[in-house]
Ligand binder design. Sequence first.
Ligand SMILES: Cc1cc2nc3c(=O)[nH]c(=O)nc-3n(C[C@H](O)[C@H](O)[C@H](O)COP(=O)(O)OP(=O)(O)OC[C@H]3O[C@@H](n4cnc5c(N)ncnc54)[C@H](O)[C@@H]3O)c2cc1C
Length: 322
Amino acid sequence: MEKRNIYMIAEIRKGLITQETYELLSFAGVIGKRGKTVFLLLGNNIEGQAREISQKSGCDTIVLFGRYLEHYNPLSYSHAIEEILQQEAAAWVCLPHTSMGYDLAPRLAVMLKAACITGVESACDGSLSRPIHSGRFIEEIVPKTPRVVVTVLPGAFHPCEETSGPAGSVTMKRAAFSDVSSLTLGISEPVQRDSALRDAEVIVSAGRGIGKKGNISLIKRLAAIFPGSAIGASRSACDLGWFERRQQIGTTGQTVSPRLYIACGISGAFQHLSGMRGAQTIVAINRDPRAPIFQVAHYGIVEDLETFIPLLIGEWKEKKYF
Ligand SMILES: Cc1cc2nc3c(=O)[nH]c(=O)nc-3n(C[C@H](O)[C@H](O)[C@H](O)COP(=O)(O)OP(=O)(O)OC[C@H]3O[C@@H](n4cnc5c(N)ncnc54)[C@H](O)[C@@H]3O)c2cc1C
């Protein structure tokens, strides 16, 4: 495989380096053993975060700073990154598949004349794999261009362990770009987070497959079996107005890692999986045996949930299993 250096675009949220950033390093370990790995960190007054990332990862870190980089902005970010990468004839440019990552990746790819491969969940021998058609198929792609821009699905790789070796170097570079029209003034958080979901040991989650609003009571009765449980939902179930947005689990909702996650009538699109695949035990109830959720489930029940859940609750009442 051709030698390519690996540039990982770090992400800062609420002043902290995100877990997805550290997952990029594990991905880098799989795609390139020969090139050097470098973090690029963009922002303003972020020396502290740069030191943290270089110490934890042992990687060299380049900080691109300036007023126009204080908050994510596609124009100023892509120009600043291009300035650094245009010297690299061949390179991997890796971003987390977050709203910043999948917004920035195609723009960067065009500027760098690079292939753009988004939503990657694994890699082997220079070939990248990603789920397509709501996770029913896995596509394998071998990039042919010298430069490649990749977004990596959150949760697909473990965050790197903290290194016991020396810290990497930190290089500060002021970004030259200064287009006033592109200044972002701030970032607001639209989604209200539900701390009950984050703290719950058991989450019962409902999807479009519950079929009607009236079946929410079925989900509530199932959740009531487990003391201290919480109810989550897929985006489709929230879009239908059956659940509140703060209950949504997935890429654009919450990331949870309970001891037990029971998915009821959820197909298992990768956007949902990325929010719950860290659960210790996953049980899926779905009447379609080919539903992608069964690829991550530890226990699968292929049955109509309107049949299975009342049976389970009845059994519990009789035998008090739980
Ligand atoms: C940018 C973007 C961000 C997204 N973010 C998220 C996110 O954060 N979270 C998220 O969940 N989704 C997200 N999505 C949407 C995601 O792609 C899927 O569309 C969504 O997760 C599907 O929800 P679902 O599984 O409830 O519905 P469906 O895909 O419609 O699946 C319903 C499932 O229920 C099963 N079923 C039907 N009836 C029954 C029955 N009676 N008994 C048992 N099983 C039954 C069916 O077999 C099917 O598998 C996002 C999409 C985009 C484009």
